[in-house]
Design a protein around this ligand. Structure first.
Ligand SMILES: C[S@@+](CC[C@H](N)C(=O)[O-])C[C@H]1O[C@@H](n2cnc3c(N)ncnc32)[C@H](O)[C@@H]1O
Length: 503
């Protein structure tokens, strides 16, 4: 049965991508916000279970040379591809191994961070158990594990579409034909529901439309495979508890907040759900949640859920938010709004916070240590000497508010990328390798970004061996001199903003 699953991934490899929410920096940041002292991200040991071709782990290893990475996956084809990339990049801090998780032994040691993205729901029960076992036995005492999985009740709806596709495609043994026929099922469902307004029709049509936009590998592995178990959060938490690991938080921290729900929900939850697991489960029912990215810690680790602004002071802060209307006056007592490109924002009347948002916007995407941010913001509003405790406390509270609203990022790790191109600009080696294959690459913030259409070949030239004159000649041969230099400067500035240049 497993041989079939293994062959399916070998025949139809999963597109191996970077997941910022699984990065040790994210795990450490959320750990610190909950009063933990996780291992320094720049010097840690990381395991990824089901690493496919290393699309998540290799960029981490490339950006964090002092940390060590182990990835295992039982698809030989995917691991070979990943190992070839590791060799091409000359990375010595990462090892990808073809192995069945069932055989993964304690001789591999313990890890500060363990990642299993997109694995738990898609493997048989004994592998699920082993996964949680590894997240317990091989997690360092202060370590944090990340496990993503499909959840109920949201998957009840998705399951209807999966059931229909599996029912229709069960007669076709070949994977490609099954995907084609699954698509035909989706078309059939979308067309049959056209114009209908019943809740069932709306739900089915939306699910079918969404899935039609996905790639073939995703439709095959995430929806057609034999194993696809969605669980209630409380079931997952109980299974984890049997292995001695407990819920810390969600990697997508904002999913734990009650945004968009009526104010009285918070008080009702306090009465109905005295513990975190019950509270989270009730929120899943309210939101019809279908996926979780859960962080686990050893059950003897004290987790403090009071979100204390003071904890922000040991972290780094970054924000792309800009003053709404392009204007903010830190000296006025009126509230100003700072908005992200997607409209999410922070509204604050405090001069120190307004000044800090301006500092962050100027430095974006670079994160700034909170203490430096506080000093830079104070200088901007003319506060001399040490910033007083009250201003620091106000700023910490506003930064935490901005983080919860999605208008600021918090990081446990400082920037690994350069914010300006040097004399011999160098781009992230992982991105240079990926650029030869397609239009999307991984940046040093561990995000997938698009390569600039205007000059797709530039990234490959930025290996640190060329000065500006050589880059102008090779990348902009058709431009006259001053234009070419300006075009290079502009392209390099764009790459710096995309966090693609190394320090
Ligand atoms: C849905 S894919 C997810 C891949 C990757 N983590 C991601 O999210 O893009 C599941 C991966 O788990 C691997 N896998 C499944 N069962 C396994 C097992 N028993 N031992 C090791 N790897 C396994 C598959 O080969 C596949 O690469």
């Amino acid at each position: 049965m497993d041989a079939k699953l293994q062959a399916s991934y070998d025949e139809f490899p999963y597109l191996s991508l970077a997941f910022p929410q699984s990065h040790p920096d994210r795990l450490a940041t959320i750990g610190r916000l909950h009063g933990l002292s996780p291992a320094p991200v720049g010097e840690c040991r990381v395991l990824e279970i089901g690493c496919a071709a290393g699309g998540n782990l290799i960029p981490m290893a490339g950006a964090l040379p002092q940390s060590r990475f182990v990835g295992i996956d039982f698809s030989a084809v995917q691991v070979r591809q990943g190992a070839a990339d590791v060799a091409a990049l000359g990375l010595s801090n990462i090892e990808l191994a073809q192995a069945d998780l069932r055989d993964f032994g304690e001789d591999s040691g313990v890890f500060d961070y363990i990642i299993a993205h997109g694995v738990y729901s898609w493997v048989p029960a004994d592998v699920q158990e082993k996964l949680l076992d590894v997240c317990s036995r091989q997690l360092a005492p202060g370590g944090i594990a990340y496990v993503s999985y499909n959840t109920l009740p949201g998957w009840n709806m998705r399951g209807i579409v999966r059931d229909a596709m599996r029912y229709h495609t069960r007669q076709f043994p070949d994977a490609r034909t099954r995907v084609q026929q699954a698509r035909a099922t989706l078309d059939f469902m979308a067309q049959a529901m056209e114009g209908a307004q019943s809740p069932y029709a709306l739900m089915l049509r939306s699910e079918a439309e969404q899935l039609r936009r996905e790639d073939d590998y995703y439709v095959l592995h995430d929806h057609l495979e034999e194993f696809n178990e969605a669980v209630f959060f409380h079931q997952f938490a109980a299974r984890a508890a049997r292995h001695g690991v407990a819920f810390l938080a969600e990697a997508d921290f904002r999913m734990m907040l009650l945004d968009g729900l009526p104010a009285q929900v918070a008080q009702m939850l306090d009465r109905m759900a005295p513990d975190t697991v019950r509270r989270e489960q009730l929120i899943d029912f309210l939101r019809n949640r279908n996926f979780r990215q859960t962080l686990l810690v050893h059950d003897n680790v004290p987790v403090d859920r009071a979100l204390l602004p003071a904890r922000v002071s040991a972290l780094w802060v970054a924000s792309a938010a800009r003053a709404a209307g392009g204007d903010s006056d830190p000296r006025s007592a009126a509230a100003d709004e700072f908005r992200m490109p997607d409209g999410i924002g922070l509204r604050t009347p405090y001069p120190i916070s307004k000044a800090a948002m301006a500092v962050l916007a100027k430095h974006w995407p670079a994160p700034i240590p909170f203490s430096d941010l506080s000093a830079m913001a104070a200088a901007r509003i003319g506060l001399e000497g040490d910033v007083d405790d009250r201003a620091t406390a106000i700023l910490a509270a506003d930064v935490l508010k901005a983080f919860c609203a999605g208008a600021a990022e918090l990081h446990a790790l400082g920037p690994t990328f350069a914010t300006e191109a040097g004399a011999r600009p160098q781009a992230f080696a992982v991105a240079r390798l990926q650029a030869a294959r397609g239009a999307h690459v991984t940046n040093m913030r561990h995000e997938m970004v698009s390569i600039d259409d205007a000059n797709p070949g530039l990234l490959a030239l930025l290996d640190g061996s060329r000065g500006r004159a050589a880059l102008v000649a090779e990348a902009f041969p058709a431009h006259p001199a001053p234009d070419a230099e300006a075009a290079l400067d502009e392209a390099l500035a764009r790459l710096a903003r995309q966090a693609l240049l190394v320090q």
